[in-house]
Write a protein that binds this ligand. Sequence first.
Ligand SMILES: Nc1ncnc2c1ncn2[C@@H]1O[C@H](COP(=O)(O)OP(=O)(O)OP(=O)(O)O)[C@@H](O)[C@H]1O
Length: 308
Amino acid sequence: MSIQVSELSKVYGEQRAVDAISFELKKGEITGFLGPNGAGKSTTMKMITGFLPPTSGKASVCGFDIVSQSLEVRKRVGYLPESNPLYYDMYIREFLEFVAGIHQLGKAGAQRITSVIELTGLQPERHKKIGALSNGYKQRVGLAQALLHDPEVLILDEPTTGLDPNQLADIRRLIKELGANKTVILSTHIMQEVEALCDRVIIINKGKIIADDKLSLIQQNNSGNGYLQVTFAEPVSEAELMAIPGISRVVAREDHSWQLFTSQVDEVRKNLLQFALINNRNILSLQSNSQSLEAIFRELTLTKASGN
Ligand SMILES: Nc1ncnc2c1ncn2[C@@H]1O[C@H](COP(=O)(O)OP(=O)(O)OP(=O)(O)O)[C@@H](O)[C@H]1O
């Protein structure tokens, strides 16, 4: 297991910012860490990187304890903090040389710097001072410093903030590639980003984990208002479709196509196939549409918040 978190808490004064959370992450998995503002995402990430001591509970990275072995942890973690603090007076390469020094990369440092500049697409701007870079390029410098020591674990706090759509696509592609053989946790407020990148989703609200599953399962388990889009080869009546168990509403589209609304997408898909078989109807196409992750997120965080 790359990351193990057990009953981890952080209390600031009176406030329990992170409240006894537990999870485990495997290598080769990209996990989206979601939650409303102030939910405790950054605090959790800072604790896992070994930068912020927990109030109670335990966590380890690649088997090293975040408190008693924080140096070992930092060697294995690449961290892009939310505010991405950089030295604006330094040139890109100069800054990366400074970071390579901290990681004691020695002679290998120069080659590694060249390759992360290439990897993060900093090449065209490499001669500029960091202060003169656009926000998107500053974010790339942040990513380059996180990757420099080729860490096993990457913790990225809102990594795509400030990027234009082209840069977004480039950086997401890079994160996806990195995720193939590293453990990546990224926090974001952009649901399309989670859908595009993440294998797994952890949703945190008021310091507590309220959902933790594979993205597909979270969508499946919360697919309350999903629908199926079906096209038959021949006419089918509304009454016939409404008689299929699990369908709450149907909408006719052109050319024998229908939208079938349901709270049990998977169940209705099976029932529909059975209906076609028994009644000798041919299905030309069938597509299910789950509730969007954004709707699921709102439902979970708003319901759970008011339930407290
Ligand atoms: N150093 C601190 N001292 C006191 N309270 C803090 C400190 N850092 C964070 N908090 C509080 O802890 C809670 C969790 O903050 P955190 O930054 O972890 O949330 P977040 O989920 O990352 O939010 P966002 O999405 O807005 O970045 C917030 O209520 C915040 O005000």
